[in-house]
Design a protein around this ligand. Structure first.
Ligand code: HEM
Ligand SMILES: *[C@@H]1O[C@H](CO)[C@@H](O)[C@H](O)[C@H]1NC(C)=O
Ligand SMILES: *[C@@H]1O[C@H](CO)[C@@H](O)[C@H](O)[C@H]1NC(C)=O
Length: 333
C-alpha cells in the first residue's frame, strides 16, 4: 500500500467518525439513523408494522401519533416526557391544557414498546419509538418519508408547566406562536411547514369555538373565517355544549397528507385561528402558505426537513436519561 493510499484511507475513515461519536454544541451526542443497526436491527420494522395495524383500524391514529411526537419535543426536548403517567413525584403532561381530553396514541406506543422489548430488551428508547412512529404515520397517510436520526434517551421526569407554556394554543397570536417555535430553535419556515400536519386529523369544537361566536371579546365571529363555512361549523359546535365534538382539520382530504391544508387557508377555511393567522398576520408566512398551496412537492420536502429538525430538539444522549422499560413509567432502581 502506498503512503498516499493509507493517508486516503485514514481520512476517509475519519470522515465517518463524526457522524457517530462526536459531540454536538450542547455536549451531547449527535443522533444518527443507524443507531440501532447492530443492537436492534428489527426495531424500525416492528414500529412500522404496529403503526400500520393501528392506522388500518383507525385512520386518525396517524394524525394522533404525529402530534404526540410534537407535544413530546416541545417540552424538555424529544425525551418521551409526554408518555409518563402521574406517579410518585411525576405530574403527568397528559393533564395539560393542550393534552387533556385530546392527545392520543399512548396505547399504540405501549404496544410497540412491548414488542420491541421482547426482541431487544432494554435497548430502544420510547423517545425514538415516538419519532419513528411519527414518520411512519406520515408515510401511511400519503406524506413524505425521511430517515429518522436516532439515539434519544428517555427522561426521568415530566413538566406540566412546560406542556402548558411551550405548546402553542390555537388562539395564540401569530407572534406568540412564532416565538414559541423560535424558543425551540425552529424558524418561520418550520412553523408554516409543520403546521401542514393539520392536513390530517381532527380538532374538538372547544379548540375553535371562540372563532364562531366571540373572537375578540366584542361578540363578533372571526371574519377571517369563511362565513358560510362558519355557519356550517356552528351546527355541531354550539355556543355552549358539544365541547368534545370532532371536526376534520382539512375538510377536502381529511385523511390524506397533502397540501390542501394551505389551499383551505387561502380559501379562508382554515379550521383553527392558528391556521388562518399564517395567512393574515405576516407577510413572510403568507408567502410560504401560497408557495406550499401551489407546490405540493415543495411542501412535502420541507415538511420532512422540518420534522428532522423538530426531532433534534434537546435530545438526551450518551449516559443522560435512561432507556425506560415501560414508556409510562421511569425505571426503578
Ligand atoms: C403551530 C402551532 C400549532 C397549534 C396552535 C396547534 C393546535 C392544535 C389543536 C388545537 C389541535 C386540535 C386538538 C383538539 O381539539 O383535540 C391540533 C391537532 C393536531 N395537530 Fe396541531 N397545532 C400546532 C402545530 C402542530 C405541529 C407542529 C404538528 C406536528 C408536527 C401538529 C400536528 C397536529 C395533528 C396531526 C393534529 C390532529 C391530531 C388528532 O387528530 O389526533 N400540530 N393542533
Ligand atoms: C384563548 O382560549 C383560552 C381557553 O379557551 C381562554 O381562556 C383565553 O382567554 C383565550 N385567549 C384569548 C386571547 O382569546
Ligand atoms: C365576549 O367575550 C367577552 C370577554 O371575553 C365578554 O365580556 C362578552 O360578554 C362576550 N360576548 C358575548 C356575546 O358572548
Amino acid at each position: 500500500m502506498t503512503l498516499s493510499m493509507s493517508f486516503l484511507m485514514f481520512f476517509s475513515i475519519l470522515a465517518f467518525v463524526p457522524l457517530c461519536f462526536s459531540h454536538n454544541a450542547n455536549g451531547g451526542y449527535y443522533l444518527y439513523p443507524q443507531f440501532y443497526e447492530h443492537s436492534c436491527p428489527g426495531a424500525q420494522e416492528i414500529v412500522k408494522s404496529v403503526v400500520a395495524k393501528a392506522v388500518a383500524k383507525d385512520a386518525r391514529m396517524a394524525a394522533s401519533l404525529l402530534r404526540l411526537h410534537f407535544h413530546d419535543c416541545f417540552v424538555k426536548g424529544c425525551d418521551a416526557s409526554v408518555l409518563l403517567d402521574s406517579s410518585g413525584t411525576i405530574i403527568s403532561e397528559k393533564r395539560s391544557n393542550p393534552n387533556r381530553d385530546s392527545l392520543r396514541g399512548f396505547e399504540v406506543i405501549d404496544e410497540i414498546k412491548s414488542a420491541i422489548e421482547k426482541e431487544c430488551p432494554h435497548t430502544v428508547s420510547c423517545a425514538d419509538i415516538a419519532a419513528i412512529a411519527a414518520r411512519d404515520s406520515t408515510v401511511l397517510a400519503g406524506g413524505p418519508s425521511w430517515e429518522v436520526p436516532l439515539g434519544r434517551r428517555d427522561s426521568r421526569g415530566a413538566s406540566l408547566s412546560g406542556s402548558n407554556n411551550n405548546i402553542p394554543a390555537p388562539n395564540n397570536t401569530f407572534q406568540t406562536i412564532l416565538t414559541k417555535f423560535k424558543l425551540q430553535g425552529l424558524n418561520i419556515v418550520d412553523l408554516v411547514a409543520l403546521s401542514g400536519s393539520h392536513t390530517i386529523g381532527n380538532a374538538r369544537c372547544t379548540s375553535f369555538r371562540q372563532r364562531l361566536y366571540n373572537q375578540s371579546g366584542n361578540g363578533q365571529p372571526d371574519y377571517s373565517l369563511d362565513q358560510s363555512y362558519a355557519t356550517q361549523l356552528r351546527t355541531r359546535c354550539p355556543r355552549s355544549g358539544g365541547d368534545q365534538n370532532l371536526f376534520v382539520l382539512d375538510f377536502v382530504t381529511p385523511t390524506k397528507f397533502d397540501n390542501f391544508y394551505y389551499k383551505n387557508i387561502l380559501a379562508s377555511k382554515g379550521l383553527l385561528s392558528s391556521d388562518q393567522v399564517l395567512l393574515t398576520k405576516s407577510e413572510a408566512s403568507m408567502e410560504l402558505v401560497k408557495k406550499y398551496a401551489m407546490n405540493n412537492e415543495l411542501f412535502l420536502e420541507q415538511f420532512a426537513k422540518s420534522m428532522v429538525k423538530m426531532g433534534n430538539i434537546s435530545p438526551l444522549t450518551g449516559s443522560r436519561g435512561e432507556i425506560r422499560n415501560r414508556c409510562r413509567t421511569i425505571n426503578k432502581y
